[in-house]
Design a protein around this ligand. Structure first.
Ligand code: SF4
Length: 98
């Protein structure tokens, strides 16, 4: 599991640091700071999830995991768009608009 802390949202309630002090500390003004890289091993997942779910302003975000079998290709239609353009030849398929 990977997490990210959006400090612009944090309102400084300190709940995260109470639930998962290894991952969240509070600065001098009581706002949360993420400790470490944001990677959370399985054994700490419950504590971090509790911090995430209890954060009243949703400042803690769970980032999606990259799976080794992801091919990372964008989900775009690679078909040639010129094939669906309206022309004199296929006007009957599109209807008469003149
Ligand atoms: S629980 Fe949320 S609002 Fe409270 S200190 Fe942590 S990140 Fe900030």
């Amino acid at each position: 599991m990977r997490i990210k802390l959006d400090r612009t949202l944090c309102d400084g309630f300190g709940i995260c640091a109470k639930h998962a002090p290894e991952y969240f500390s509070l600065d001098d003004w009581g706002y949360a700071k993420l400790e470490g890289s944001g990677d959370v091993p399985a054994q700490d997942r419950d504590a971090v999830m509790r911090a995430l779910l209890d954060c009243p302003v949703h400042a803690i975000l769970e980032l999606g995991e990259r799976r080794p079998d992801d091919d990372h290709r964008p989900l775009v239609d690679t078909a040639d768009p010129a094939g669906s353009l309206k022309t004199e030849d296929n006007e009957a398929q599109w209807g008469f608009t003149r």
